[in-house]
Design a protein around this ligand. Structure first.
Ligand code: GLU
Length: 382
């Protein structure tokens, strides 16, 4: 899980971007970076390690502009080092992209771009994106289009279908410093609506101190943000209108309390969290079902076996779950590493319930494994 923030408005973007990234620190990261835009061009700063390193760079070099993007990276492709930190730029250094997730077909895209003379500066899957968008922008401009926010939106919309995988991303281009394009597929992204400004982020803690009015992007959507407003489009490119919602209370604030780091806090919170879960899902009294999950009964009808897909700590929890399912429900249950299931799934067997377990709800391997399993079953059903 990484964090994305993006801001467009009428005040200096960098301090708000850094604060937003700080609020997303609970997600874990190995490096961080920001890029801002002003009349002079793009200003990009990156640093390995904790945010204090990036903040020190900012204090030393500055990053002027009222529009910008920021990222905390959790490396999937390429070592956690500065040159692999986001934002990634196109060859001209005028277009910048931050991305969360994995571009599965990055290798073939990279080879095509390299064959066309593009030089890559990182080992990431992400770096193909700025080059693809820049190439599309150049093609559109060669056909007589002028650089404006609509052009950037169109170039991004035309590149997204080339990307396979799960992502949330934000794009800025120095030729149109008053525009920001964001998009998501199978990774979260929310837009916070301020007064004459918009802040996008992977999760609500980054927005909570900025605004209570939010517009979560739906899967496949793309948004063009300018200081004047939001244009929202679905995956087919059709304009979408949706009413923003309100964030409630303080539950969205990720607070380390007095703990040294988030993992320690989560470990200490386990008894409280387990009690909450039990109260919510184990009905009081006798006579009812042993466990009441918010699913329709027909989901369970006829289930002969269960497979659980998970990674890391979620996989440990899944093993306990498998034990309970076998002992209490009497249904044979297997637990798979989602990351391996993706590449070597067992043969399809009818009446199998597949459950994905992810602590964050965003684990890329687990989401991709579930999507693949769904696709496999659909193919057999057709
Ligand atoms: N796959 C990208 C990378 O390795 C993004 C990882 C992330 O979600 O932080 O740079």
């Amino acid at each position: 899980m990484c964090g994305i923030v993006a801001l467009i408005g009428s005040r200096e973007a960098a301090p708000q971007l850094l604060e937003g990234l700080r609020q997303l620190e609970y997600r874990g990261y190995d490096s961080a970076g920001i890029a801002t835009l002003d009349g002079e061009g793009l200003h990009c700063l990156k640093a390995e390690g904790k945010l204090v390193n990036l903040t020190a760079r900012y204090e030393q070099h500055g990053a002027p502009g009222q529009c910008g993007i920021g990222h905390t990276r959790w490396a999937t492709h390429g070592k956690p080092e500065e040159r692999n930190a986001h934002p990634h730029l196109d060859g001209s250094g005028r277009l910048a992209v931050v991305q969360n997730g994995i571009i599965e077909n990055h290798r073939s895209l990279r080879e095509d771009l390299q064959a066309a003379g593009v030089r890559f500066l990182s080992d990431t899957d992400t770096e193909v994106i700025p080059h693809l968008i820049a190439r599309r922008l150049a093609e559109l401009q060669a056909s007589g289009r002028s650089a404006d926010p609509a052009l950037l939106l169109e170039a991004v919309q035309q590149v997204l279908p080339l990307l396979h995988g799960a992502y949330a991303l934000a794009v800025v281009w120095a030729d149109v410093p008053g525009a920001l394009v964001v998009a998501r597929r199978q990774a979260p992204l929310l837009i916070g609506l301020g007064e004459g400004e918009f802040l996008c982020a992977s999760d609500t803690p980054a927005l909570a101190g900025f605004t209570r009015t939010i517009l979560p992007l739906e899967d496949g959507e793309v948004a063009l943000l300018t200081p004047l407003g939001i244009e929202l489009y679905d995956a087919a490119g059709d304009r979408v209108q949706r009413t923003p919602t309100l964030l409630s209370g303080t539950e969205h604030v990720a607070d380390k309390r007095s703990f040294r780091h988030f993992m320690l806090k989560e470990i200490h919170e386990q008894p409280e969290t387990a009690a909450l879960w039990v109260a919510r899902h184990l009905p009081q009294g006798s006579g009812g079902p042993l466990v009441a999950l918010p699913l329709d009964d027909d989901v369970y009808a006829g289930v002969e076996r269960i497979q659980i897909l998970a990674c890391g700590t979620s996989r440990h929890a899944a093993q306990v779950g498998a034990y309970l399912l076998e002992q209490l429900a009497g249904i044979p249950t297997s637990v798979f590493y989602a990351s391996e299931f993706r590449y070597a799934p067992p043969p399809l067997v009818p009446n199998t319930l597949t459950i994905g377990v992810t602590q964050s709800g965003e684990t890329a391997d687990t989401l991709a494994a579930l999507a693949m399993e769904q696709e496999r079953r659909r193919a057999v059903a057709d």
